[in-house]
Design a protein around this ligand. Structure first.
Ligand code: 6PG
Length: 502
């Protein structure tokens, strides 16, 4: 038999996507440079296959892979971003890939690389991209997919992508669970929607990851405050997070944090206590922060989350400084004070989370404008409701905000989110004040509050800043009491000299 789909790269994500595709009735020709991974995937499929016929066929060269596929060929790549993508593309050209064949890059490629690749390979094959979110389990039982590239390629990919993606119950906005091999969900809203032309999908996934960094950091800051500030045990913190997970903070990241905190070693030591506090990163959060600076979109909470990972990597300097630099004296809290603080912290997390998403969505909006992408933000929020790492109840509210106003400039201006922030900002402020007095770092929670206060300031000190710029560099300024667009300059050094309009 000729297979429906070729699959290259059988790492954790690749193998699970192959099994997911197979569950949904597709035959796969699978290849990896590491032949053991090919045999391992076939073996896994043999164990999980509930049908009578094989679903995954192992290939041991690119030529063999192409020869096993129905034409025009559809090939999915799950290889690390960067060089490996080009190596596979070149190898497939060498093996005889055709101009109407499609290669789908599912990795976390840098979006500009995708734009460049699409152009470079245009005459040899169609490069389509579709970032995948959801980790190992998502890949196996339903990820969120962010496809982008030529609409023609999407018409061929769409039924497959909608089949394998996570699904949301349209009535509740909640994910439909799929956890068993062989199980197929044929109803619900698929978490796979066409994003736009080449690069748009990878950009959106990049911002998803930036938000993911912020979401994770916010939870981690809450953990540190509860642990060090209130002296709570990991189990007590897990109990608190579990409670929070019943309300507006309900999210996958909160859920897995509970599990991480509850995990114990044989001697009952919480595992988290022995995990080295140096965070890794593969680049997508950093790219989001860089892009926010380039686009001119404030995303301080996302950037802070990247900085928090960087500062964590300076372990030895931090240990030295911890002996050298002073903080506040520690304080004992009464049970009542603790409960009040926990309530305020909950609200701080909720508000900071709203700000992080506001930053991410505004960044996508500004980038879309710059690159002429017509992004549908309601649809993006919708496909993030299930399958992906940032899936959360909260995304239903974002979907609704963009349904109310598809041109919404910033989530903070939406009536629902404005109401939430107005209700909780006082507790948020109090929590930040308390955390600051405890001497515990909380860059994400704090930067979000500063973002919120900047956004709600009709007047910022940029007036003085413009004066400074004009002073040393004659950079000119506009005046609020004169016509817009008219520029003024002052000869600052000689008081009383007339103002020059330029
Ligand atoms: C996802 C994740 C996934 C990956 C991150 C990890 O959406 O499924 O974002 O893409 O786990 O890239 O990123 P860091 O290693 O940078 O934390």
């Amino acid at each position: 038999v000729l297979c429906d789909i070729g699959f290259i790269g059988l790492g954790v994500m690749g193998k699970n996507l192959v099994l997911n595709l197979a569950d949904n009735g597709y035959n796969i020709a699978a290849f990896d440079l590491n032949h053991e991974k090919v045999t391992d995937t076939i073996e896994q499929d043999r164990l999980e296959n509930k049908t009578d016929s094989p679903r995954v066929y192992g290939c041991f060269s690119y030529t063999e892979l192409l020869s096993q596929l129905k034409a025009p060929h559809l090939i999915v790549l799950s290889v690390p971003a960067g060089e490996p993508v080009d190596q596979v593309c070149e190898s497939l050209i060498g093996a005889g890939i055709q101009p109407d064949d499609i290669i789908i890059d599912t990795g976390n490629s840098l979006w500009v690389d995708t734009v460049e690749r699409e152009k470079r390979y245009k005459s040899q094959f169609l490069l389509f991209s579709s970032a995948v979110s959801g980790g190992e389990v998502g890949a196996r039982f339903g990820p969120a997919l962010m496809p982008s590239g030529t609409p023609y390629a999407w018409t061929r990919i769409k039924p497959i992508w909608e089949a394998i993606s996570a699904k949301v119950d349209p009535a509740t906005g909640k994910p439909i669970e799929r956890t068993e091999p062989g199980e197929v969900i044929e109803y619900g809203d698929p978490c796979a929607a066409y994003i736009g032309p080449a690069g748009a999908g990878h950009y959106v996934k990049m911002v998803h990851n930036g938000i993911e960094y912020a979401d994770m950091q916010i939870i981690c800051e809450a953990y540190q405050v509860l642990r060090e500030g209130l002296g709570m045990s990991c189990d007590e913190i897990a109990d608190t997070f579990e409670k929070w997970n019943q309300g507006p903070l309900d999210s996958y990241l909160m859920e897995i944090s509970v599990e991480v905190l509850r995990h114990k070693l044989d001697d009952e030591t919480p595992l988290v206590d022995v995990i080295l506090d140096k965070a890794g990163q593969k680049g997508t959060g950093l790219w989001t922060a860089v892009s926010s600076l380039e686009v001119g979109c404030p995303a301080p909470t996302i950037s802070q989350a990247v900085y928090a990972r960087s500062i964590s990597s300076f372990k030895s300097a931090r240990v030295t400084a911890s002996e050298l630099l002073e903080g506040p004296d520690s304080k004992e809290y009464t049970e009542e004070e603790k409960q009040t603080f926990i309530t305020r912290l909950h609200d701080a997390i909720y508000c900071a989370k709203i700000c992080a998403y506001a930053q991410g969505f505004q960044l996508m909006k500004l980038a879309a404008k710059e690159h002429n992408w017509e992004l549908d933000f309601s649809s993006i929020a919708k496909i993030w409701r299930a399958g992906c790492i940032i899936r959360a109840v909260f995304l239903q509210s974002i979907t609704e905000a963009f349904n109310r106003d598809e041109n919404l400039e910033n989530l903070l201006l939406d009536e629902f989110f404005a109401k939430q922030l107005n209700l909780h900002q006082s507790n948020w402020r109090q929590a930040i004040a308390d955390i600051t007095l405890m001497g515990i770092p909380a860059g994400a929670l704090t930067s979000a509050l500063s973002y919120y206060d900047s956004m709600r300031s009709g007047v910022l000190p940029a007036n003085l800043l413009q004066g400074q710029r004009d002073f040393f560099g004659a950079h000119t300024f506009e005046r609020t009491d004169k016509a817009t667009g008219k520029k003024y300059h002052v000869e600052w050094s000689s008081k009383g000299r007339p103002m020059v309009s330029m």
